[in-house]
Design a protein around this ligand. Structure first.
Ligand code: PEP
Ligand code: MG
Length: 923
């Protein structure tokens, strides 16, 4: 521990450059992902502009103690490292003859693309501008860099941003003004004189806005930028992104200060972004985009149309964009064609990087006057489909092991593959109104919305929305998150919209250039027709097509790689996955996804359909047992038929059926209008209905007359349900279909309660066996969802043949948080950090987990081979599934569409546990 502290305080700045770096890729926690990878690239011989990384610990210190403390602590180290950079770059910071310019970028432990701030071209002032002109011989380039620097610094460090979401950026406004004065359309047409004018006007705007002159001193610029990057760790969008991706606030960001290289030093310079494999489909092809004579931000900003890196990619792009070969070759040639030598190097480096990191890389590069530099590499964000394909391809290529392939898959991301696709028939009839790039695959239908806040508001009303933007920026993240799909008028395959959408697994069409968007009036025009906010459109993210109206969707067919992945999961898993299903359709879907049985059938769901609710109400209204039995006799055939359907769909596999659970008031209407309807239907007075409703009213229904308390007060209900289950199984047996019913008693708190129900079930079953002169095997078990049941699980196991943890109720009762009322305060608890996660979503290992662990242990003390599973919502959540594995459960049970996710999570839990044991043994 002592060593850790001294390590913490001794070194705060890590150099990288030439062929030697202080850090390496294993130091992500300290250097951030970007810093660690820059160091690693230097160490393996990739050309990286020299620089240094200020550690994440300094950010934490900054957040706690502020700017002055940080400067005091790291000033000397920063100065020493900057000298090293100067030496390596052969240029000097603030030098009027041979100035060194810097970039200052964020870089957290986990990638948070675009969420934090960056300052480029740092070090420029009146003196260094002159020096750089002499050095580069390109006056226009230098003034352009200077105006970009003031603009960026003004925005990031001095906080000069648009006044509202509909307003233009203050610097853009000045620029637009000048352009219209001069009658120029494109930034490219600004002359050196114009750029000088811009610098003067920008500086004036800074003075007016901040009351101070724009800083001339390069050191003041550097410290300002470093602090701004630290600050950006806490900006709204970064905080939101962290919440979305479960990144702790305490991590902090590192700051990377690096010598600038320029892709905008003329036509022998370029800049771009590349992926070692296709991030949308996972195809094993090198893809990317670049721009000649441009800076990095130009490629992602969507202002100019980026060109493809490879010839093959360029041809594909031209076809998708309806561009002829002549036009492509003349206006949009690939890097492979324009700069074959740099291309060849880039191709070799990307191979080397993918090989080294054994994963798909997303890299940024710049070519300055013919010389290639790699600015960044990281594991590329990808769609769910690409994630599966890349992992399986790499495994088949023997680049990674089977276990690694499984561990590479983010279980929740598999969800994307299980989403609906467009119905081919509906699609053939749909009207195409525009076409853009297939930036992120999938099908999406929804109502048009133009702003993130509006998207959130519409989503909150239960509407599906498509976020339509000219281009997106990190400000739009919230809107993108709630949208079904994203459509942009500008931007390529590496635009912000495309990259973020792929990361989120959202359908996205980018660069649909024929669409005209009017933010002020909230309309978009496509194909000569105006569409308003709220109108429906549909997007095909796999082809780039945009359709009018809603297009019907259907369930996906799961591809070969997906099937193989599931087989592989089977090989390593210990736990089985079952499903929670109440009807044959869901049972079949789950079975196709690999469910090994049903872990929970909630029988009450069957009582709401059609005429059954009437009979159910008749039962509830009955004043004595006789009346109840009469109604229950009518329910019996319905229930038996339902069970036959489910058992048949799940033939040869176990099916856990839970006896009636919810409070009876849920079956009677609360609204006067519906009470009147019920009175008419049942031939009684409204008063009588009202009386019964009042009688059933409970102050705390979730802790009231429900679960086994129903069966213990009205044993005839349990009798009827048992009869329906056993008779259904016998009927199927007669047809040669094997069933394994497991009858489950809910909400047990004492052994006596359980025994009482067990007796009813067993006596009824024996009676039926005698009537039929036939029998089947069945089990009687219990849910563990009342803390007392977990505490006395050794006693429960004297009766129960199996346990299933109902962690929804167990969480409710352990925390004392009502399941129904918690939405009133849980979001605030999460916001304030009083809770890290919603315990109804992620099982609380610390508290509820103790009861679960104790329940499993005590149960097995009594019955060594007691079958144990979980059927609360946590059974489909990867982190909770890992916990279930660790405490030794036999299975988890979840909703049908989560079965594949749970299968993978169960396999990962088994692999991780083994790996942890091996490491421990080695130690
Ligand atoms: C539970 O409590 O976890 C459970 C599965 O039962 P229900 O959600 O139906 O109360
Ligand atoms: Mg429950």
């Amino acid at each position: 521990m002592k060593k850790e502290v001294s390590k913490k305080t001794s070194k705060h700045v890590y150099f990288f450059g030439g062929n030697k770096a202080d850090g390496d890729s294993k130091m992500k926690n300290l250097l951030g992902g970007k810093g660690a990878n820059l160091a690693e690239m230097v160490n393996i011989g990739i050309p990286v502009p020299p620089g240094f990384t200020i550690t994440t610990e300094v950010c934490t210190l900054y957040n706690a103690e502020g700017e002055q403390k940080v400067i005091e602590l790291i000033k000397k180290e920063v100065e020493d490292n900057l000298h090293k950079v100067e030496k390596e770059a052969g240029a000097y910071f603030g030098d009027s003859q041979n100035p060194l310019l810097l970039s200052v970028r964020s870089g957290a432990r986990a990638s948070m693309p675009g969420m934090m701030d960056t300052v480029l071209n740092l070090g420029l002032n009146e003196a260094t501008v002159a020096g750089l002109i002499k050095k580069s011989g390109d006056e226009r380039f230098v003034w352009d860099s200077y105006r970009r620097f003031i603009q960026m610094y003004g925005d990031v460090v001095l906080g000069m941003k648009p006044a509202s979401k509909e307003d233009i950026d203050p610097f853009e406004e000045i620029m637009e003004h000048l352009k219209s004065e001069k009658g120029i359309e494109s930034d490219k047409d600004l002359t050196t004189k114009d750029l000088k004018t811009l610098v003067t006007r920008f500086k004036k705007a800074v003075k007016e806005s901040t009351g101070h002159d724009f800083p001339e001193d390069p050191w003041a610029q550097l410290w300002g930028s470093v602090m701004a990057v630290f600050n950006s760790w806490s900006n709204d969008r970064a905080v939101y992104y962290r919440k979305m991706h479960d990144i702790p606030d305490e991590w902090g960001t590192a700051v990377n200060v690096q010598a600038m290289v320029y892709g905008n030093m003329g036509d022998n310079s370029a800049t771009g972004v590349a992926f070692t494999r296709d991030a949308a489909t996972g195809e094993n092809i090198f893809v990317g985009e670049y721009l000649i004579n441009a800076q990095g931000e130009d490629v992602v900003a969507g202002i100019r149309t980026p060109q493809q890196i490879t010839i093959e990619g360029s041809h594909r792009w031209a076809k998708l964009s309806n561009i002829s070969e002549e036009e492509r070759a003349a206006k949009y040639p690939s890097l492979e064609e324009t700069m074959p030598k740099a291309y060849k190097q880039l191709f070799d480096y990307q191979k080397k990087l993918e090989h080294h990191y054994r994963d798909m890389q997303d890299l940024e590069f710049t070519i300055q006057d013919g010389r290639l530099w790699i600015l960044q590499t990281r594991n590329g964000k990808r769609t769910g489909a690409a994630m599966v394909k890349i992992a399986m391809d790499m495994m088949r290529q023997k680049k990674i092991s089977q276990k690694d392939a499984l561990l590479r898959i983010e279980p929740n991301k598999l969800d994307e593959l299980l989403h609906p696709v467009f119905d081919a028939d509906a699609l053939s009839k749909a009207k195409v109104i525009s076409k853009g790039l297939p930036a992120s695959p999938g099908a999406a239908t929804g109502q048009i919305v133009f702003f993130a806040e509006d998207a959130e508001a519409m989503k909150a009303q239960g509407k599906d929305v498509i976020l339509v933007r000219i281009e997106t920026s990190p400000e739009d993240l919230r809107g993108m998150n709630v949208a079904r799909g994203i459509l942009t008028a500008r931007g390529g395959m590496t635009s912000h919209a495309a990259v973020v959408a792929r990361g989120m697994g959202k359908c996205c069409v980018s660069g649909a250039g024929s669409i005209v968007i009017d933010y002020k009036n909230r309309t978009m025009t496509a194909n000569n027709k105006k569409y308003k906010q709220g109108d429906f459109i549909s997007l095909n993210g796999s082809t780039g097509e945009v359709y009018e109206g809603r297009v019907l969707t259907k369930d996906p067919e799961l591809s070969g790689d997906f099937g193989e992945l599931m087989k592989l999961a089977e090989k390593f898993t210990r736990m089985h996955v079952r499903t929670n299903a109440d009807n044959p359709k869901d049972s079949r879907i789950a079975r196709e996804f690999g469910a090994k049985g049903i872990g929970l059938t909630r029988t009450e769901h069957m009582f709401f359909e059609g005429d059954r609710i009437k009979v159910m109400r008749e039962m509830i209204l009955a004043s004595d047992e006789k009346g109840r039995r009469k109604a229950l006799d009518k329910l019996l055939p319905f229930q038996r038929e339902d069970f036959e359907g489910i058992f048949e769909a799940m033939h040869d596999l176990p099916v856990t059926v839970r006896l009636l659970d919810p409070p009876l008031h849920e079956f009677v209407p609360q609204e006067p209008k519906n009470q009147k309807e019920m009175a008419e239907e049942m031939g009684i007075t409204v008063e009588q209905v009202k009386e019964k409703v009042a009688e059933l009213h409970e102050l705390n229904p979730m802790l009231g007359h429900r679960g086994c308390r129903l069966g213990n007060t009205y044993p005839e209900i349990s009798e009827m349900q048992t009869r329906a289950i056993i008779e259904a199984a016998l009927n199927l047996k007669a047809k040669g279909i094997k069933t394994y019913p497991e009858i489950m008693i809910p909400l047990i708190g004492t052994l006596k309660e359980l025994r009482y129900q067990e007796d009813i079930v067993r006596n009824t079953a024996e009676k039926i066996f005698a009537e039929r002169n036939d029998r089947i095997a069945y089990m009687v078990g219990t849910m563990i969802e009342v803390p007392r049941a977990a505490l006395t699980a050794d006693l429960m196991a004297e009766s129960a043949e199996f346990f299933s943890f109902g962690t929804n109720d167990l969480t409710q009762m352990t925390f004392g948080y009502s399941r129904d009322d918690s939405p009133k305060f849980l979001p605030i608890y999460l916001e304030k950090g009083l809770l890290k996660h919603d315990p109804f979503q992620i099982l609380d290992r610390e508290g509820v987990g103790q009861l679960v662990e104790m329940g499993v242990k005590k149960g097995r003390q009594t019955k060594k081979n007691l079958k144990v599973g979980i059927c609360g919502e946590h059974g489909g959540e990867p982190n909770s599934i890992e916990f279930c594995h660790l405490v030794g459960m036999d299975y988890v049970s979840c909703s049908p569409y989560r079965v594949p996710i749970a299968r993978l999570a169960a396999a990962q839990a088994a692999i991780k546990e083994k790996e942890a044991k091996t490491t421990k043994n080695k130690k």
